[in-house]
Design a protein around this ligand. Structure first.
Ligand code: NAP
Ligand code: ZN
Ligand code: ZN
Length: 346
């Protein structure tokens, strides 16, 4: 199927228009016309090879909302016309313990990423959602409630699930103090989720101008980290702190803010190794955890949670020819709070 998209032909290249073919439908595949694709900071890290070598040509995009345009003969989950979402992976081994538990993001063979990786045939380079059409096995897509604004729903497929999953896993809820470091694409979803789950929510931001937005999104407290002394009064306070920043920040001052048995969860992935002072873990039995997106079961659960609680990302919808500027502005933290590409402009 002829498809238009935007591609980086080599590392750090600007994205340019591109035409390529999608596979014909297999028996359990669905085809979708993409409506909106979110711009995740991970798209930028990978084209710029900030996580190590990448595969090119690369059509990024793993926050995808579309409408089903065709279904294979054995598809049972979707019908033509359904609103559908595709996230960060498009396949996995399906047989390992984690896949069988619905935790495909931790597949023992590695998940098959939506782009910057090979499909399970080992030779077809996966092409992501900055494109007009996609073909996906029905098991790796979710239903998206028609009540959700489709542009605002696109970032749920990565930014949303990446915060929803750890907040659930580490028990965010009434009586818990949760802090989110970084009010970006991921962070602003974390604030909305933690608030909806009933936790007391604090935002740590290096952008003082974001305070009113943080409060509007559900934060109970806002701390501007541009003045490092502001952290000194907050020691031993939080049960869960989630670092959602894209930059290489010093996490040691935040460890001190964790209460007894508190956990610092790392979801931001600058690609730079971190140095941590051990005594900050020992002195209050603190833990450090990491979390990677979410599996298919939880992805659908989060979509339904968003529909029930009327939660979407706050987005700036842009046309395809603005992608490169949008990337530069994302790196500069100059976006409220996610750029989403209107794929009709491709
Ligand atoms: P984003 O929209 O660019 O937001 C990152 C936020 O980090 C910014 O809004 C900013 O928040 C803060 N920040 C940026 N530069 C900073 C600096 N120099 N010092 C301090 N804070 C800074 O990025 P995103 O799309 O949310 O992604 C965030 C990170 O998560 C990326 O590294 C991405 O690759 C990673 N990620 C991980 C997963 C996963 O599965 N774990 C999934 C998706 C993305 P303030 O202005 O409020 O300080
Ligand atoms: Zn992402
Ligand atoms: Zn597996």
């Amino acid at each position: 199927m002829n498809t238009r998209g935007y591609v980086a032909q080599r590392a750090s290249a600007r994205l340019v228009p591109f035409e390529f073919e999608r596979r014909e439908l297999r028996s359990r595949d669905v085809a979708l016309d993409v409506l909106f694709a979110g711009i995740c900071h991970s798209d930028i890290h990978q084209v710029r090879e900030e996580w190590g070598p990448s595969l090119f040509p690369m059509v990024p995009g793993h926050e995808i909302i579309g409408v089903v345009s065709a279904v294979g003969p054995d598809v049972t989950k979707f019908e033509v016309g359904d609103r559908i979402g595709v996230g960060v992976f498009v396949d996995s081994c399906r047989t390992c313990e984690h896949c069988r538990a619905g935790l495909q993001q931790y597949c023992a063979e590695g998940m098959t990423p939506t782009y910057n990786g090979y499909e399970r045939d080992g030779t077809t380079l996966a092409m992501g959602g900055y494109s007009t059409r996609m073909v996906i096995d029905e098991d790796y897509a979710v239903h998206v409630a028609p009540s959700l604004d489709p542009a605002g729903a696109a970032p749920l497929l990565c930014a949303g699930i990446t915060l929803y999953s750890p907040l659930r896993h580490w028990g965010a809820g009434p009586g818990k103090k949760v802090a989110i470091i970084g009010l970006g694409g991921l962070g602003h979803m974390g604030v909305q989720f933690a608030h909806a789950m009933g936790a007391d929510v604090t935002v740590f931001s290096h952008s003082p101008t974001k305070e009113s937005d943080a409060v509007a999104l559900g934060a109970d407290h806002f701390v501007a980290t541009s003045d490092p002394t502001t952290l000194a009064n907050l020691t031993q306070r939080y049960d869960i702190i989630v670092n959602s920043t894209s930059a290489d920040i010093d996490l040691n001052p935040y460890l001190k803010l964790l209460a007894l048995d508190g956990t610092l969860v790392i979801v931001g992935l600058s690609g730079v190794p971190v140095t941590l002072h051990q005594e900050l873990l020992l002195e209050a039995r603190r833990s450090i955890g990491g979390s990677q997106i979410g599996g298919m079961v939880e992805l659908q659960e989060m979509m339904d949670f968003c529909a029930a609680n009327d939660i979407t990302a706050k987005v700036e919808v842009v046309s395809a020819d603005y992608i490169n500027e949008a990337w530069d502005r994302t790196v500069a933290s100059d976006v409220t709070y996610r750029f989403v590409i209107d794929v009709a402009t491709m």
